[in-house]
Design a protein around this ligand. Structure first.
Ligand SMILES: C[S@@+](CC[C@H](N)C(=O)[O-])C[C@H]1O[C@@H](n2cnc3c(N)ncnc32)[C@H](O)[C@@H]1O
Length: 287
């Protein structure tokens, strides 16, 4: 049986993208507060042009479009066809937004065209992050700004740390992950992010921690909320990948252990869980 590694790159063009589409409204709700913090850091002004990288189903692109208004423009780029399909379906008519299926690290982008390079959790998956950021920088105007949100390390993110810790004795051990391999936590090390952005030609690089406790599962009762949190954890994200190819008995034991861990978390008709991010800003040199 092919054993999966929890840190294996998400298959955005296939199953991961499809699962995100299936749970799009709930996933959007879970990350909205972090995206909003990144939008405030980007400070989009009326009439500006924004490139939203790894835009997924487009929630952040639509929020940015509302800020730049009819005189501005947002281009949302994502490698996943199903997610771009959902983004197009959700975009109201006459919104100044366009969605494109493309690999942001290599796709042809208009040169010097954008005021802002933005992303909500969409830039941690490049094989060559320095090359990707250098490529995307060329789409920015001189003096253009960067603002994106990404996860800090897994150790600080209970939504993954807790379930991954409790399944350790249940699933056979795998090799420790390479913290720099493409994946949700690959930008957790601030020194690494600084090195990548500096090598890609950006200046004025700043990282600010932004943490929030969010409802991870919800339901009519506390029990229903815990079940919901477990179900989502098994369907989307690192734990789902870690358990994907395991037999039902292992999955059932893992599910019971994750449920017990979530039951210790606060919440009434929810399971409140901490999430830790960086809000990262930078600038394209003026000339
Ligand atoms: C964690 S999801 C975030 C989606 C969306 N920004 C949101 O917050 O809902 C990461 C997104 O990055 C996209 N992605 C990954 N690698 C990419 C690449 N090389 N070019 C463009 N998009 C990419 C994925 O398809 C996925 O939609």
């Amino acid at each position: 049986m092919a054993q999966r590694d929890a840190h294996q790159v998400a298959d955005w063009k296939g199953q991961s993208g499809e699962r995100w589409v299936a749970h799009q409204a709930r996933l959007d709700a879970r990350v909205a507060v972090f995206g909003q913090a990144a939008i405030e850091a980007a400070a989009p002004a009326t009439g500006e042009r924004v490139l939203d990288v790894g835009c997924g189903a487009g929630a952040s692109s639509l929020a940015l479009a509302a800020r730049v208004g009819a005189g501005g423009h947002v281009l949302g780029v994502d490698i996943s066809e199903p997610l771009i399909g959902r983004a197009r379906a959700l975009a109201p008519q006459d919104t100044p937004v366009q969605f494109r299926v493309a690999d942001a690290s290599s796709a042809e982008l208009p040169g010097g065209a954008f005021d802002i390079l933005f992303s909500r959790f969409g830039v941690m998956f490049f094989n060559d992050p320095t090359g990707a950021f250098a490529h995307m920088r060329r789409a920015l105007k001189p003096g253009g700004r960067v603002a994106f949100v990404c996860w800090r390390g897994m150790a600080e993110n209970d939504w993954v740390r807790l379930p991954m810790d409790v399944i350790k004795g249940i699933v056979p051990p795998t090799a420790p992950p390479d913290p720099e391999a493409p994946g949700p936590f690959s930008f957790g090390d601030p020194g690494r992010v600084d090195r990548i952005l500096t090598a890609a030609g950006f200046t004025d690089i700043a990282l600010a921690p932004f943490d929030a406790s969010i409802p991870f599962g919800e339901g009519a009762t506390r029990d229903a909320a815990i079940d919901d949190a477990v179900k989502m954890t098994f369907e989307v994200g690192p734990l789902s990948r870690a358990l994907a190819d395991h037999p039902d008995d292992i999955r059932a034991r893992a599910s019971a252990a994750v449920r017990a861990a979530f039951a210790d978390l606060p919440g009434e008709r929810s399971v409140m869980i901490d999430r830790a991010t960086w809000i990262i800003t930078a600038r394209n040199p003026a000339s």
